[in-house]
Design a binder for this molecule. Structure first.
Ligand code: WTA
Length: 677
């Protein structure tokens, strides 16, 4: 038997809910704690309670009002929502606007050119500050440079960059000229990058020589070179940002340095309006099959909901707040809440390149203190990591500037929620002083597909509740339904659905309208199926219970079991593989793989390491299984379907559950025997 880790015995309600959304509900704690906003916070909040009623009275009218007040349109729209051909929605269809103009130029025109847009902190400690005027200039130059490389409206651009300002500049430059960006997280492999380049038929790739990881330079460009090695791709040019100065291979005629092209380009560029439904970006995300889906977002509706939710959920006061969202631009959170919403709203934000423990475990808190961050938006997995490192570390810093805390990406357990509140939200200075009124926490539920936050408390309105994302935002129709699509009553659980179209909804899956219908609109015909289990508590507040499909959530990153299984069986030593997400105290879930080896591979002592690295190469380091268990058989039904539920029991250290539907009833004992050996 080969095993890296015995698997965590922790069984969360979320995990149990994956296959039987109803079963786990009994185990859910009854949360009685409530934290109402202080009267001062409530009085100064940008959004007041009345907004729910306004939106409920006429949701499209509510969104039309937001679209006009938060964005500048070069051509106003006459129709708000066209839902005549569901599930294909059009929002503000005859309107025109430019995303980059909205994020940049108009602020400069309004006299805010000197406001800081981005405080960038590199991993080695180098810093750069961009005012709105400077960022506007950089984006105009990049737009000119991209056009000079032959890029035109509608062309696709693959972006493979670390968390550096050029990532935001690239996205906005694409949006400015109407090119469609497709960001591929820099932790994905060359293979993953190539398949995304091919699916979107990208014409340009923007990358960097490398980045820094835990104090050391780490290369990026070689992955792009690898990805483009095989002919048959559509890429004409690769623009390379010089970040860490590593030597890189160079393909003359194809590769160009950012500094020489963008650096030399003119800073004059006029933004023209694009149709509201013009594609803004594609972002690939894992689904239940092996092939990632290119989620398509368009311009007007997406930006409306991005801007609205950023302002409402974080109670943004752009004149005084310093906002920091720790997400990488490779994920949707880094799109909506780093690249677009904060800039559309004229906010000042912090951007950090590195990991939280580099060069020391207090790095984030040092940054909060240094920049006086007032709104922090991060993921439960980070919070649980900080909990492990101990409260003394944040205790050494002055975090008194913080006034709103956000959480996203996975369910936040009440224990982590309370720690976030008490250790981060109540910190009033280095000497361990505590605030009388800790910063409110907003747990935000949404997805790559929803484009923007859908369920979250409003910090000036809602009395928050540890562990629950609570209430649909104004203008959003969320429900929890049973197998038959009937709404559940309070206290019961089922599936999270969306009953009405929303402005930032995905417009489809790139190149595959049928898959869009099948995945989201066929489980319940007239409702969007999110793939999450959920419960309504006695107050009617929504609790998210985790995925009900084969999608795993590892540190808030989406990975599909089938995608990793395909990677494993592509190795010549593997005959069969089954992957499950097992509960993990820090990362929420961890990848556990069960493999059947071929012939002589059984005698290879390094096979587990070899296979982990193989998955890293096929998909990326984030997908490497934490544990690989070599087994003689896999549990299958008579129709050949792998019963992952039973494997999950083993991975989580439980007695395997009901195995009566197995084709071969001895398989489970064969597996346990072999694991015992
Ligand atoms: C999960 C990230 C519970 C959920 C924005 C969803 C959450 C998937 C929460 C989407 C939350 C996200 N509470 N679960 N606050 N936020 N999720 O596409 O399972 O990377 O379906 O988007 O993350 O992940 P994605």
């Amino acid at each position: 038997m080969s095993q890296d880790n015995a698997g965590s015995p922790v069984v969360s309600a979320a995990d149990q809910a994956q296959e039987h959304p109803g079963d786990a509900l009994e185990n859910l704690l009854h949360e009685n704690r409530r934290f109402a906003p202080t009267p001062e916070f409530a009085a100064a909040a940008v959004v007041q309670a009345g907004e729910y009623d306004d939106a409920a009275a006429d949701a499209p009218a509510f969104w039309a009002k937001q679209a006009r007040s938060l964005l500048s349109w070069s051509k106003d729209f006459s129709q708000t929502l066209d839902w005549s051909n569901p599930p294909f929605a059009k929002w503000f269809a005859d309107g025109e606007l430019n995303a980059a103009y909205n994020a940049l130029d108009r602020h400069v025109e309004n006299g805010l050119g000197d406001r800081v847009a981005i405080y960038f902190e590199g991993e080695p400690g180098d810093t750069r500050t961009y005012t709105y005027a400077q960022l506007t200039e950089e984006v105009k130059k990049a737009a000119n440079a991209f056009e000079a490389l032959g890029l035109a409206k509608g062309d696709r651009v693959a972006v493979y960059l670390p968390m550096i300002p050029e990532a935001v500049i690239t996205l906005l430059a694409c949006a400015r000229i109407g090119a469609v960006h497709s960001v591929v997280f820099a932790g994905f492999s060359a293979e993953a990058l190539r398949s995304r380049i091919d699916d979107a038929e990208a014409k340009l790739v923007v990358t960097a020589d490398g980045t820094y990881r835990r104090g050391k330079p780490s290369a990026l460009k070689p992955a792009v070179d690898d990805a483009l090695q095989k002919p048959g791709h559509t890429v004409e040019h690769v623009v390379v940002v010089k970040r860490n100065g590593e030597d890189v291979a160079w393909t003359e005629g194809r590769d160009v340095w950012w500094d020489t092209t963008v650096g030399a380009a003119s800073a004059e560029h006029t933004a023209v309006g694009h149709e509201a439904e013009h594609p803004l970006f594609i972002l690939y995300t894992s689904g239940t099959t092996g092939r990632p889906k290119g989620i398509l977002h368009t311009t007007g509706g997406y930006l409306t909901q991005a801007a609205y939710t950023h302002r409402a959920v974080f109670d943004l006061h752009p004149e005084t707040d310093v906002y920091w969202c720790t997400a990488d631009v490779g994920w949707v959170t880094g799109h909506t809440y780093v690249a677009y919403a904060p800039l559309i709203n004229g906010a000042t934000q912090v951007m950090y390149e590195g990991t939280p423990d580099s060069p020391h475990q207090g790095r984030w808190w040092e940054l909060v203190e240094k920049y006086k961050v007032s709104i922090l938006y991060t993921a439960p997995t980070a919070i649980r990591t900080f909990m492990k490192w101990g409260r003394d570390i944040p205790g050494q810093y002055d975090l008194s500037s913080i006034r709103v805390l956000g959480s996203v990406g996975e369910p936040i357990n009440p224990e982590a929620w309370m720690w976030y509140r008490e250790v981060i939200g109540a910190n009033a200075g280095k000497q361990g002083q505590k605030k009388d009124h800790p910063a409110p926490i907003v747990d935000t539920w949404w997805q790559t597909e929803t484009g923007a936050i859908m369920v979250a408390p409003l910090p000036g309105v809602t009395a928050t509740k540890p562990g629950s994302a609570q209430v649909p935002l104004p203008g959003i129709a969320v429900d929890v339904v049973d197998e038959m699509g009937q709404p559940v009553s309070n206290g019961a659980g089922g599936y999270l659905v969306l009953r009405e179209p929303w402005p930032s909804m995905l417009r489809g899956i790139w190149g595959d309208p049928e898959r869009y219908k099948d995945t989201y609109w066929s489980r319940f015909e007239t409702m969007y199926f999110a793939g999450d289990g959920a419960k309504k508590d006695d107050d009617g507040d929504v609790w998210l219970l985790g995925r009900v499909d084969d999608v795993m959530n590892i540190s808030g990153h989406r990975l599909s079991t089938t995608e990793i299984e395909s990677a494993l069986v592509s190795h010549p030593s593997v005959a069969e593989a089954a992957v499950v997400g097992a509960a993990d105290e820090t990362t929420g879930q961890a990848v556990v793989a069960f493999v059947i080896l071929r012939g002589s591979a059984k005698d290879d002592p390094d096979i587990v390491t070899t296979l982990r690295n193989h998955v890293g190469k096929e998909i990326g380091p984030i997908a490497k299984p934490k544990t690989i268990l070599v087994v003689p058989e896999l549990p299958k039904t008579r129709s050949g379907k792998i019963m992952r539920r039973l494997l999950k029991d083993i991975a989580e250290g439980r007695e395997a559950g009901d195995a009566t539907t197995l084709a071969d009833s001895t398989v489970m004992s064969q597996i346990s025997d072999s694991l015992r050996k």
